[in-house]
Design a protein around this ligand. Structure first.
Ligand code: FMN
Length: 179
């Protein structure tokens, strides 16, 4: 059983999240830009994590490199795939849109998580940032146990962090989990 954590990060939030998940799961940390010149992405890993920041949730929320990366994935039908997106608080349909692309490649997004991190375009105070980082450490444990048990679908409804109604609905429909 092996795990690979693919990540893209503009300013470091998603790198921290990806690095922590890789550490916890004993997974291999792989930068998405470093594999983008490959014609296709194939792997022997049984578990694949995809970590990235939300960009423009008003649209599909994904940085272009993420949709391009997923469209290069091959032979993913038997993999356990999970995704973690970091954002300032509004991910809307990001996870469900990612799920659609994974489905179009013959795979399945088994679990999706949204993690609040500092907004990189409108910095908050050091204290507020520290709170988010402390919160992340707790969420890491939840994600780890969820993924380690290869859980699929929703465990609990998300209950905090001010997700919008649309995000709740989209995630609920897909039975994904937002933290
Ligand atoms: C171009 C751009 C668009 C963004 N759009 C959103 C958004 O729609 N919703 C949101 O919650 N955060 C948004 N953010 C904030 C980032 O998702 C957030 O700060 C993320 O944690 C940054 O991760 P990174 O440091 O790995 O790049 C945006 C940031 C950028 C640079």
């Amino acid at each position: 059983m092996s795990t690979e954590i693919y990540y893209f990060s503009g300013t470091g939030n998603s790198l921290v999240v990806a690095r922590d998940i890789a550490g916890k799961t004993d997974g291999k940390l792989i930068s998405i830009p470093s594999v983008m010149n490959n014609y296709s992405i194939t792997t022997d890993a049984d578990v694949i994590g995809i970590v990235f920041p939300v960009y423009h949730a008003v649209f599909d929320g994904m940085p272009l490199i993420i949709s391009r990366f997923v469209r290069k994935m091959e032979n993913i039908d038997s993999k356990y795939i999970f995704a973690v997106c970091t954002c300032k608080g509004w991910s809307r349909v990001t996870i469900s849109k990612l799920g659609e692309i994974i489905t179009s490649r013959g795979g399945k997004l088994s679990a999706g998580f949204t993690v609040r991190m500092p907004d990189n375009s409108n910095p908050t105070t050091i204290e507020e940032q520290q709170k988010l980082f402390d919160n992340w450490k707790k969420k890491l444990e939840i994600i780890y146990h969820y993924v380690n048990a290869r859980k699929k679908g929703i465990g609990r409804r998300f209950k905090k962090h001010g997700m919008s109604w649309t995000a709740k609905r989209a995630n609920n429909v897909l039975k994904l989990r937002t933290l």
